[in-house]
Design a protein around this ligand. Structure first.
Ligand code: PLP
Length: 361
């Protein structure tokens, strides 16, 4: 049985992208975001590759994601970006030696309740304007006191997160940077600011630690700076197959809602991928796929299991041909734009029906 939709993840590309990231921020340590199943690329193989390539730390959203990695015997620093949510998670963080990113005083209390002998590595997240998670910057002196009260806690550093770094001209980023550095003036401890957009577009955010996610997977969050120009390699290629080739006369319509009308007699391909695989329905008649490098437009609605494509520029395409949905030479960013979404959502949206293959591990 051959799979319908295959996502091939090139772990060599992830190593390459880590190398590029290090070259861009040579003095910073790298905390690699592998949350959300490594942005849909497979948390365990990606994390293993990064650890073997010498990444300084991994970051996940929550305890469940960290435990997946620990159970796969992935050692080293793993940070919980949302911190701990219960007394059980506090104890588990200590037991599993996870870095806890604390964003509120009730989380400090959860660790405090473990008693004076608990050893844990903590980060403090400051809210400099994202207004999602983080202590108000005015709390810095209080946080410093919490550290002196808990001498067994190892302090990892101060974190903040940027709201608008994907726009290289947005004045909010310098404002956030100013708030962060003012709040921490004269305060010891490593600093971490940059996500991928900061890393790629704002060198002043690099400081002690960078926290890239998307760039590791070979995509760019900045529309004016495409990944290829930044020297990043897309790590994921998604492909399906042609399962039918038909020919229709001018005026005949394709698929649900008769969304596409054939302008002339034309060959039409049916490809075995649909929104149940993670291809957004919003790209109906708006995106391109490719066969042997030749780009072919979608013609008609994306349905649950299939799309129809215009084969006029490739009339001899055959059933069984591989159809590239995104990957090297066909950036996922273009498809995301056609779907009016971001590439993060495309990567995370692939469903269990897609078969994953990891290469160059
Ligand atoms: C706190 C934090 N740091 C770093 C990242 C990585 O971001 P990106 O994938 O844009 O590099 C994220 C992702 O959302 C995050 O929430």
């Amino acid at each position: 049985m051959s799979p319908r939709v295959v996502a091939t993840v090139d772990l060599g590309a992830i190593r390459h992208n880590l190398h590029q990231i290090r070259a861009r921020a040579p003095r910073a340590k790298v905390m690699a975001a592998v949350k959300a199943d490594a942005y849909g690329h497979g948390a365990v193989p990606v994390a293993r590759t990064l650890v073997e390539a010498g990444v300084d730390a991994l970051a996940v959203a929550c305890m469940e994601e960290a435990l997946v990695l620990r159970r796969a015997h992935i050692g080293g620093q793993i940070a919980l970006l949302e911190g701990i949510l219960s007394p059980e998670e506090a104890a588990m963080a200590v037991y599993e030696q996870l870095d806890v990113v604390l964003h509120d005083h009730w989380q400090i209390d959860l660790l405090h309740a473990l008693g004076p002998t608990a050893q844990v590595r903590v980060w403090f997240k400051l809210d400099t304007g994202m207004h999602r998670l983080g202590f108000p910057v005015e709390d810095v002196p209080r946080l410093q006191r919490a550290l002196t009260e808990h001498p067994r806690w190892q302090f990892a550093g101060w974190i903040t997160h940027l709201a608008c770094a994907d726009d290289p001209d947005d004045p909010f980023t310098p404002q956030q940077l100013a708030r962060f550095s003012e709040a921490l003036q004269g305060v010891p401890g490593p600093r971490s600011i940059a996500n991928s957009a900061g890393l790629l577009g704002w060198p002043q955010t690099h400081v002690d630690w960078v926290r890239p996610g998307l760039a590791l997977y070979g995509a760019s969050p900045i529309t004016t700076l495409p990944a290829e120009r930044l020297g990043l390699k897309p790590a994921m290629a998604v492909a399906s197959r042609l399962i039918a080739v038909r020919c229709f006369n001018a005026g005949e319509t394709l698929g649900y809602g008769r969304h596409y009308t054939c302008p002339e007699r034309m060959p039409v391909g049916v490809v075995a991928i649909g929104y149940a695989d993670g291809l957004p329905r919003a790209v109906s008649s708006r995106a391109e796929v490719a066969i042997d490098g030749q780009r072919l437009p979608l013609a008609g609605r994306v349905s649950m299991d299939m799309i129809t494509i215009d084969l006029r520029s490739m009339p001899n395409a055959r059933v069984g041909s591989t159809v590239q949905i995104w990957g090297p030479g066909l950036p996922a960013e273009h498809l995301a734009e056609a779907a009016n979404t971001i590439v993060y959502e495309l990567f995370c949206g692939l469903t269990q029906r897609v078969q994953f293959q990891h290469r160059n591990g």
